[in-house]
Design a protein around this ligand. Structure first.
Ligand SMILES: Cc1cc2nc3c(=O)[nH]c(=O)nc-3n(C[C@H](O)[C@H](O)[C@H](O)COP(=O)(O)OP(=O)(O)OC[C@H]3O[C@@H](n4cnc5c(N)ncnc54)[C@H](O)[C@@H]3O)c2cc1C
Length: 504
């Protein structure tokens, strides 16, 4: 530590998504002088929402909040807001029609995982023999415990190879696992790390029977969560400054960042938290000689993002849609998509005379160059395949939002380049949904948790305030704990007798 104690509480946070807001909020509550710099015109990051010229709400994709998002649910309680729907059921469609219906798992008798997921999910077409071919995969689920060693063991393998190696049938892969990857990791199996696949599947589906239960915001996340949260953050004393694109750090001779450069402005600071996505971080590095000097930041060039497309369509009539949230596969080989009945989910559209649909496309590369007038009929056509009544309906308004390289790509071999929360600078910390953490969460919950982890590192570095209480993911069920213990013992034993000769 350097400087007098009064000077040691300035923190600059870069990026106002879940991660940046999380770090800012906690540090502001602890009495730090926090400045949050956001490149966009409002906070929210990938979850931002805004109004169209016609005054209708749109956002960069609909966001679900799954049962294990314990830290986000606890924040919502603390803020005293009630932004969510009740737990919703969902369906899955292919070009052949309805494929799967999911119940609300927490309402059914609890079975040891993964039995409940296996028995209660209503598959309409997938034969039992294909479903049973997933059984050997249980070994990989037990073996992957989210430790650093487990990531190194599985990260250079593709998800497709993993499923093939464990004997998953071609149909189960095509009709169940790959669709989950397209909506969970935003990429097809041959482009996903097996480590990320196992971590994501365990967190969202397999760790406990209710994990796949989900709620949605009853409006845009921007309106329902970020607006009241940012008000609270500003009340706690933080400055939230939009339209500030950070380009560099000022670094002193003792390995400390002393300032954050933002165009012509410099913000003096005692600590920095980066909370920007992979793409944003790569851009900062490319403009910053001080970051380019360091291997760990230079190596970020090896990481990438995935293209996403978010569309919202207003139809001229009411159409009955069996479930409010729906995932779809098999329409394009490398793209997954989801559609949501916003009349059922969003307060604003409850009394709308027509139907309002959000349809989001993941790994949407081939769609991004199409014009809006080409995209809208494709979306209507796909919707018609799932719910035939869309055929006759007229689109009376639409919004198409292109998000190139927007979401983190957990590509095979990417783990070695992803950054931990601490960096080679003594007072620069990282957060976001792509940052390495042992917490075990994913997506928004992970971004929020890593923001708190970065805030706690600032607290331990600068010595002021109380660390945030981070709720761990719910403990493994007893039989999984037992199996992991046995597996660990066998691994240690084989390590002690076999030479370190083979690839991990
Ligand atoms: C269509 C879509 C659907 C999704 N669905 C879900 C879902 O259902 N459930 C779920 O949990 N997650 C979902 N996600 C993922 C979720 O949005 C992300 O995991 C989460 O928002 C990441 O938050 P973050 O704070 O890490 O990063 P971001 O939200 O990317 O925030 C980073 C911020 O940094 C800012 N920034 C970048 N560069 C600079 C700079 N140089 N200077 C200053 N600021 C900068 C950006 O403008 C941005 O505001 C979805 C994502 C998309 C796109």
């Amino acid at each position: 530590m350097t400087g007098s104690s009064q000077q040691l509480h300035r923190v600059v946070v870069v990026g106002a998504g879940w991660a940046g807001l999380s770090a800012t909020y906690h540090l502001a509550k602890q009495g730090y002088e926090v400045t949050l710099l956001e490149a966009g015109s409002y906070p929210g990051g990938l979850v931002a929402g805004w109004k169209t010229a016609a005054g209708r709400s749109v956002e960069a994709g609909i966001h679900g909040f799954w049962y294990p998002y314990r830290n986000i649910f606890s924040l919502i309680d603390e803020l005293g807001i009630s932004p969510f729907t009740t737990w919703t059921r969902s369906s899955q469609y292919s070009p052949a029609g309805l494929e799967v219906e999911s119940p609300i798992f927490q309402d059914l008798p609890q079975l040891p995982t993964p039995l409940g997921t296996f028995l209660y999910t209503q598959f309409k077409r997938l034969p039992l023999i294909d479903r049973l071919s997933a059984l050997p995969l249980l070994y990989a689920i037990v073996d992957f415990d989210n430790s650093d060693e487990a990531w190194w063991r599985y990260d250079s393998v593709t998800a497709r190879e993993l499923f093939k190696q464990f004997g998953v049938s071609a149909r189960l892969y095509r009709d169940a696992f790959e669709p989950m990857l397209l909506v969970g990791l935003f990429a097809p199996g041959e482009q996903c790390s097996a480590a990320a696949t196992l971590g994501m599947l365990y967190f969202f589906i397999l760790a406990h029977q209710p994990d796949f239960d989900v709620v949605w915001c009853r409006g845009t996340v921007g309106e329902k969560i970020f607006r009241p949260w940012v008000e609270r953050i500003e009340k706690a004393g933080a400055r939230v400054l939009p339209n500030r694109r950070v380009t560099d750090l000022i670094v002193d001779s003792s390995n400390r960042a002393t300032g954050v450069v933002c165009g012509d402005e410099v913000f003096d600071t005692d600590a920095v938290i980066f909370a920007v996505g992979i793409n944003g971080m790569k851009k900062i590095v490319s403009a910053s000689p001080n970051l380019q000097n360091r291997d760990q930041f230079r190596n970020l060039s090896n990481l990438g993002g995935v293209d996403v497309l978010a569309t919202r369509l207003w139809f001229d009539r009411k159409i009955h849609i069996p479930r409010p949230s729906n995932a779809c596969f098999g329409f394009d080989t490398t793209t997954g998509w989801t559609f949501f009945d916003l009349n059922a989910l969003h307060d604003e559209y409850k009394d709308e005379p027509g139907t309002v649909i959000e349809a989001d496309f993941y790994h949407a590369n081939q769609f991004l160059n199409l014009s809006d007038s080409e995209i809208v009929p494709i979306v209507q056509n796909y919707l018609t395949t799932c719910v035939p009544a869309f055929r006759e309906a007229k689109v009376i308004d639409s919004s198409v939002i292109r998000l190139p390289n927007a979401v983190s790509h957990f590509a095979p071999g990417s783990y070695q380049h992803m950054l931990p929360t601490s960096t080679s600078f003594s007072n620069v910390f990282m957060s976001g949904d792509w940052i390495v953490t042992r917490h075990g969460s994913w997506s928004q919950e992970k971004a929020y948790v890593t923001g708190l982890e970065a805030a706690n590192l600032v607290i331990s570095h600068l010595g002021k305030g109380i660390p945030a209480d981070i709720l761990p993911v719910e403990a493994d069920e007893a039989h999984i704990q037992g199996l992991r213990q046995i597996n660990q013992t066998l691994r240690q034993f084989s390590k002690s007798i076999l030479p370190d000769f083979w690839l991990p």
